[in-house]
Write a protein that binds this ligand. Structure first.
Ligand code: GLN
Ligand code: ZN
Length: 769
């Protein structure tokens, strides 16, 4: 047995949007018609070459390619296997090509054109990256179109790079796909696995001809509690691919969780290497003795590809060593693609004192992987200086100013269950009905109103220092007044201030809470050209001053109607940040909850009787393994309750959840114990309500009756029909009327027209009672 492996140090993927978001800008300029395809290609090439050069110079032995994308790697896989839905045949070709594929068709699949809606977009596992959902029917004609991976391989090889093409594997592709409209009921895209594997077989032969030595097939779906039938399908697929004569060596990488049953299934096939994510829990005990594993190379995902903390190398090395005897060979990699982290922490010179030394972005993670591989191969002494530096960073992390705040810790230690408990719902409902003189079917919105160019400009000018605080406040007040006037004009019952002061619902609060840091260049692709800059939650969370009270109070003073305060919940504050990994997330969530609890109390003292605490990410953090969900939901619900249970019986707590599939989290949503819960429901035409009530949801509910994801203004009759449908599942005194989500991406004319119709429909429904 040898510790040398033909893969060596590697990463599963690298960021692709450009160090300064060059690709984002090039895409947007191309879409706007300001730049031509030549410019787009030049920028794309520069981004790829920068990635290749960085990975090679960083000392990786095997470098991933085909990890670039013009938009999304699942969309690229749809193109690769010929799964372009038929409706895109109607798109007028642009004449521009993206690796042999028409650019107009490609971007129409991503973004839609006039009459041709795009592919649906959804979150990639439990990350905040969004992919485009493949559409598969019994008639999808799979056909290989390998131009893109071949070109990227050739581009790298020509530079002397030991390149390893990466392609999403067939099981994951179909598992993430949805049945195309018109597919027969009961059709499961996975039923097409055998056909699709034929295309992958062809791909492997094409790669072999091109001289490819290793191919990486990404199978993160292997970690999703597959049933026995799916496991045997996975195994059959890789038995078939493994049996191909003269094929390149095959690395099948699993990530985001323990592969559980998928590991023996894969180990039983003739593939060469298996990637496992040891950051998220695979231990040597789960690997040792698995039949077939002794013949495989294990690529150990030892450096966290999803978070920004520096790896404690000596500790991690200690965890890696036991694997040496468990498999045929060992290689070191990242836990998943580095797509989910920013490029380079060295550029972040504005971070709080000492923090940068504790962080590793993509470029630093390359060095970590290389050091771990060297230590495994040549012994720890070969990288002694690196390990010493890592030791110092690990030891120093606890003493970064702000990491520990004893006052918060003591306060949290004293929290008891009573602080997470409100009086019974019925009692609250009575008190609130007395306090707020609301009609049946009360109307409200989810919080944000259109973010106009003027509002954005004011924020930018404040930041740049070209306007002062007074001027800024004046402009925000003007916007708030406009939003209040609009809501009074259309006749809504519970008003909001419109959130004009918020750049983002998480960032805004993160910037105002101790314990959070902001980066300057830390952009991460969210989807297509959209990037986010997640704040880093590195320390104990403390709210020093009220955050939202002034704006909400101003809005209240503009109207006699109740104004609802608007906060972001603890789980969402974690989900859209890089969160410290030196304590359980439950503790961090509770710290955020305490900060929010103080904010809620201050709102209440200022006379705000209704407070909404948004938790759109509650579902996103749901663990991939069912067995881990209960524990997660328990701390998530607890944190929400800690944030919201400090109020009077007559104070009304709302929450908002951004999706319409509740499945088995209904109990948890009920457990949040909000008085009113608004959810997305317009597209599913209220179907979700049946789910909620069937599972015993007890609160009042505001199912969205206006799909804010589209510029379309719903007619009164449409909204009325949705309300009638809603009243089938929800008693009349339990129903609120609101849009699906916030209105910040819409325009004022759309919003005013839609809300007018919404109110008209609610009034009609009231009259008919
Ligand atoms: N209050 C936020 C808004 O209206 C909620 C956004 C969300 O659910 N993502 O924009
Ligand atoms: Zn929402």
């Amino acid at each position: 047995m040898t510790t040398e492996s033909p893969i060596g140090a590697t990463v599963l993927g690298y960021p692709r949007i450009g160090r300064d978001r060059e690709l984002k800008r090039a895409l947007e300029a191309y879409w706007a018609g300001d730049e031509d395809a030549t410019h787009l290609h030049a920028v794309a090439e520069a981004t790829r070459i920068d990635a290749l050069d960085t990975m090679t110079a960083g000392g990786l032995d095997s470098v991933p390619v085909n990890t670039f994308s013009w938009y999304d790697h699942i969309l690229d896989t749809s193109v690769l296997v010929g799964a372009t839905p038929e409706r895109f045949a109607a798109v007028e070709p642009s004449g521009d090509l993206l690796a042999g594929f028409d650019a107009a068709t490609y971007f129409a699949m991503a973004r839609g054109v006039a009459d041709v809606p795009p592919l649906e977009m959804t979150k990639w596992f439990d990350t905040n990256y969004h992919y485009l959902v493949p559409e598969i029917s019994p008639d999808t004609v799979f056909a290989l179109r390998a131009d893109k991976p071949l070109q990227e391989y050739a581009e790298a090889s020509a530079r002397g790079v030991n390149a390893r093409p990466v392609v999403v594997g067939p099981l994951t592709f179909l598992r993430l796909a949805k049945a195309a409209d018109g597919a027969p009921a009961g059709f499961d895209p996975l039923d097409r696995l055998d056909d699709l594997v034929g295309v992958y077989a062809e791909l492997l032969s094409v790669f072999a001809e091109a001289g490819v030595e290793w191919v990486q097939l990404d199978e993160p779906a292997a970690v999703l509690d597959l049933d026995p039938e799916e496991l045997s399908r996975l195994q059959r697929a890789y038995e078939r691919l493994g049996a191909i004569e003269g094929r390149p060596k095959l690395l099948v990488s699993t990530y985001f969780a323990d592969p559980a049953g998928a590991l023996p299934a894969l180990a039983a096939t003739p593939i060469d290497a298996i990637g496992i994510d040891i950051v998220r829990g695979t231990t040597v005990a789960g690997v040792a003795g698995v039949p077939g594993i002794a013949d495989k190379t294990l690529v150990l995902g030892a450096v966290d590809g999803r978070n920004v903390w520096r790896t404690d190398l000596r500790r991690r090395l200690g965890e890696l060593v036991p694997f040496l005897g468990a498999a045929g060979a060992i290689a070191v990699g990242t836990s998943c693609s580095l797509l989910h982290v920013p490029y380079d922490v060295e550029r972040e010179t504005g971070l709080p004192e000492g923090l940068r030394e504790s962080l590793a972005f993509a470029d630093q993670k390359i060095a970590e992987v290389v050091a771990l591989q060297r230590a495994l191969t040549h012994g720890a002494d070969a990288v002694r200086a690196t390990l010493d530096t890592s030791d110092r960073a690990a030891a120093g992390r606890a003493s970064i100013p702000g990491v520990r705040d004893e006052a918060v810790r003591q306060r949290l230690a004293l929290v008891d269950t009573e602080q997470r408990q409100r009086p019974a719902r019925a009692e609250r409902a009575t008190a609130q009905a007395e306090r707020f003189d609301l009609p049946a079917l009360p109307t409200t919105t989810i919080g944000s109103f259109p973010q106009t160019a003027g509002v954005r400009a004011a924020r930018a000018q404040l930041r740049a220092g070209t306007i002062g605080d007074d001027e800024y406040v004046k402009r925000m007040h003007a916007e708030i007044r406009r939003v209040i006037d609009l809501q009074e004009r259309v006749g809504l019952d519970v008003l909001v201030h419109g959130e004009p002061e918020r750049n983002d619902m998480v960032q805004y609060f993160a910037e105002r809470l101790a314990g959070y840091a902001a980066t300057t260049f830390g952009w991460v692709q969210s989807y297509g050209s959209r990037c986010v800059r997640p704040p880093i939650l590195y320390g104990d969370v403390v709210r020093r001053d009220p955050i939202t009270v002034g704006w909400t109070q101003y809005a209240s003073a503009c109207t006699t109607k109740p104004v609802k305060g608007m906060l972001t919940g603890p789980v969402t504050m974690l989900a859209w940040s890089f969160v410290r990994d030196d304590q359980p997330r439950s503790v961090t969530a509770d710290q955020v909850a305490l900060a929010l609890r103080d904010e809620v109390a201050d709102l209440e003292h200022a006379g705000v009787g209704i407070v909404q605490v948004d938790e759109p990410a509650l579902r996103e953090l749901l663990p991939l393994h069912v067995r881990d969900r209960k524990a997660y939901l328990s701390w998530a619900v607890d944190a929400f309750r800690l944030a919201t249970s400090g109020v009077a019986t007559s104070t009304q707590i709302h929450t908002h959840l951004c999706y319409s599939e509740f499945g088995d989290i209904v109990e948890a949503i009920d457990g949040l114990d909000a008085d009113v819960t608004s959810i997305e429901a317009a597209r599913s035409r209220m179907e979700v309500l049946g789910d909620l009530t069937a599972r015993g949801f007890g609160g009042k509910v505001g199912p969205g009756v206006y799909d804010i994801h589209s510029p379309r203004v719903p007619e009164v009759a449409e909204v009325s029909a949705l309300l009638t449908a809603a009243l089938d599942s929800v008693p009349v005194d339990g129903l609120w009327v609101n849009p699906d989500c916030g209105l910040k991406t819409r325009t004022y004319p759309e919003v005013e027209a839609a809300l007018t119709n919404l109110v008209a429909a609610a009034r009609r429904a009231r009259d008919a009672l």
